[in-house]
Design a binder for this molecule. Structure first.
Ligand code: PGA
Length: 253
């Protein structure tokens, strides 16, 4: 069985590199006590050099929270995929709902970034999710369109190496996560949409993560009932005691 993934999206935290070092030290510490879970720390760009690993270290991987789709040139303020790769990043989060909603990132931009990340040899973690959840299935239609548009133009070979993070927006930063039964249903739906685009075989191997108010208390149920391959976590990613408990809880499933 492939390993479960615990991706920590640090967002715009912490404010000092000393705190970033302290948080990352706890990732390294817990990583040696777990065996079925891979940790991926995704700090702000400026802290990536602090969390990049010495060669051969596979316990904690590092990723970025975004990148630009062009490979180089006059793009003030942007970061290229190769810069991330050269800093040791293996993964990159693309199309987080906060970028889609607050920074105007469209499906088209997400698809360009996904393709550019793949070309650079980074594993894209593409975020999808509906803003509101209804009981008549309209949210599934929204998801289908969002997935298709966000992956538009992606070659099959690249589709074999991506990760989808399902993050219902209404469950991010909330009091409770989505119900594990509903997560299972939606994760299956995502695989079905993926199969329609890239074929059954590619879809079978697609890792689907869940994100939105995951913590050590709900992790085991979401993993076992929800049938997902891991988590993308926000708040708990920089909350050291909570993150340690979460990693342990996941590893026991
Ligand atoms: P949360 O955030 O875990 O704090 O709900 C998840 C995310 O935004 O990726």
């Amino acid at each position: 069985m492939s390993k479960k993934l615990l991706v920590g999206n640090w967002k715009m935290n912490p404010q000092t590199s000393d705190d970033a070092k302290r948080i990352f030290a706890s990732y390294k510490k817990i990583s040696v006590k777990i065996s079925k879970t891979v940790l991926i720390a995704c700090p702000p760009f400026v802290y990536l050099p602090l969390v990049s690993l010495t060669k051969g270290q596979k316990k904690v991987l590092s990723g970025a929270q975004d990148m630009f789709f062009e490979s180089e040139g006059a793009y003030t303020g942007e970061i290229s995929p190769r810069m991330l790769k050269n800093l040791g990043a293996s993964h990159v989060i693309i199309g987080h709902s906060e970028r889609r909603n607050k920074m105007g990132e469209t499906d088209e931009i997400v698809s360009k970034k996904t393709i550019a990340a793949s070309v650079a040899g980074l594993i894209p973690i593409i975020c999808v999710g509906e803003a509101t959840h209804d009981n008549d299935g309209a949210y599934l239609e929204f998801l289908r369109n969002q997935i298709k548009a966000s992956l538009s133009g992606l070659p099959i070979a690249a589709a074999k190496k991506i990760i989808i993070a399902y993050e219902p927006i209404w469950a991010i930063g909330a009091a409770e996560a989505m119900k594990p039964e509903d997560i299972r249903e939606t994760a299956l739906f995502i695989k079905k949409v993926f199969a329609d685009i890239f074929g059954q075989e590619v879809a079978l191997n697609l890792p689907v993560l869940y994100g939105g108010s995951v913590n050590w208390r709900n992790a085991a149920d979401i993993l076992s009932i929800g049938q997902v391959d891991g988590f993308l976590v926000g708040r708990e990613s920089v909350n050291v005691p909570g993150f340690i408990e979460l990693a342990k809880a996941m590893d026991q499933v």
